[in-house]
Design a protein around this ligand. Structure first.
Ligand code: NAD
Ligand code: UD1
Length: 344
């Protein structure tokens, strides 16, 4: 399939583009590099052994999106592009609603007009919010707790309404749990700008000496060691989940949500220990207050993806830590040199 991947230069997009090539598909990247680097595309091309087609464009530019879809001869779209920082979304809700929702509307308008009816969307486990349970199944009501999460929830609803409005749409909504790790080559990985919000990139930067210590946000949760428990998923497994979803879309009438996670929770301290084993050095940490909006524990029920996508995770926490460390130690400043990021 010829697949338009919006946000394909980003962290999850770049790994998925490579997985698509490996599975015999033809990805085309659309990105405005708002949160990524052309260097990622160059490296994916190098790993793929061929030049990946790249279109530099902003999804907020409706006429440009219309032209790209009109001319692209695409069989399907994987829609990664969007803003994703929870704290920033609370400070700048209009920017988040505009960026995430308006860009999706532009894309869907163009797809509808030019007859592209297959789409896989990057949703998030964050759409479930506080669900009154720790293992999330797809039937739980959506209850996002911050503007970022609500953009994902609203886009899911828009996709459902679109699918209900006319026949012929095949829509997969992928609810990712906590993607971490990097390609085992160490050539592509996660390259957050500024101070990382998420645990694994922060731990990686402590290990490589860019930050002094980790703040563990709370050690008095009702979990086995008192720290927060999440379902970490290796980004290469996640990339495979997109290929599986794309290939299963033909069987979907309308829209369908799938959890992409391992089904297993790991605590903050378990992540720290795994990283210490991988890097062969201690990760200094201090216990800090709980972070606002954090839940004690949640993980996926991945049964539906196993049954319908014939997909499951294959890599464990030690693989995630090893590959994250391999990437971080070979690229201490990600795709840059460390000089372009004043906060780094
Ligand atoms: P990322 O920031 O690395 O990738 C997003 C890409 O989209 C970037 O390359 C960025 O430049 C591009 N982009 C943003 N706005 C754009 C626009 N208007 N036009 C064109 N390109 C634009 O993020 P990621 O971690 O790879 O996440 C990909 C998707 O998965 C996002 O939608 C994110 O919300 C979702 N998601 C991510 C996580 C996670 O932990 N990384 C978890 C759940 C869901
Ligand atoms: C966060 C987002 C979520 C998003 C997900 C992407 C919030 C409230 N939620 O989820 O919307 O979909 O990232 O992966 O931001 N931790 C520390 N110290 C740190 C960073 C994190 O102790 O410096 C802890 C957190 O309290 C949590 C765990 O590590 O228990 C994982 O945190 P994180 O990687 O930010 O992911 P989530 O909180 O699950």
């Amino acid at each position: 399939m010829r697949v338009l991947t919006t946000g394909g230069a980003g962290y999850i997009g770049s790994h998925t583009v490579l997985a698509l090539v490996e599975a015999g598909h033809e990805p085309v990247i659309l990105d405005n590099f708002a949160n990524s680097s052309p260097e990622a595309v160059r490296r994916v091309s190098e790993l793929a052994g061929r030049e990946i087609e790249l279109i530099e464009a902003d999804l907020l530019d409706a006429p440009a999106v219309d032209r790209i879809v009109a001319d692209g001869n695409f069989d399907a779209v994987i829609h990664f592009a969007g803003l994703k920082a929870v704290g920033e979304s609370a400070a700048q809700p209009l920017r988040y609603y505009r960026s995430n929702i308006l860009s999706t509307l532009n894309l869907l308008d163009a797809m509808q007009k030019h007859g592209v009816r297959n789409v896989v969307f990057s949703s998030s486990a964050t759409v479930y919010g506080e669900a009154g349970t720790v293992q999330y199944t797809e039937e739980l009501p959506l209850n996002a707790m911050n503007p970022y999460g609500r953009t994902k929830m609203h886009i899911e609803q828009i996709l459902d309404d679109l699918a209900a409005s006319e026949p012929g749409w095949h829509i997969g909504k992928l609810r990712y749990f906590n993607p971490v790790g990097a390609h085992p080559s160490g050539r592509i990985g996660e390259d957050p700008r500024g101070i990382p919000n998420n645990l694994m990139p922060f731990v990686s930067q402590v290990a490589v000496g860019r930050r002094e210590h980790l703040n563990v946000f709370g050690d008095d949760y009702p979990t086995p060691d008192g720290t927060g428990v999440r379902d970490y998923i290796h980004v290469v497994d996640l990339a495979g989940g997109h290929v599986a979803a794309l290939e299963a879309l033909g069987d979907v009438r309308g829209s369908r949500a799938w959890n992409l996670g391992s089904g297993q929770g790991s605590s903050v301290l378990e992540v720290v220990r795994a990283f210490e084993r991988a890097a062969g050095r201690p990760i200094p940490y201090v216990v800090a207050p709980r972070r606002d909006g954090d839940l004690p524990e949640f993980f996926a029920d991945p049964t539906l993806a196993r049954l319908e996508l014939h997909w499951k995770t294959e890599r464990g926490l030690d693989d995630m830590a090893r590959d994250a460390w391999n990437w971080q130690s070979k690229n201490p400043f990600g795709y840059g040199t460390g000089e372009e990021d004043p906060e780094a």
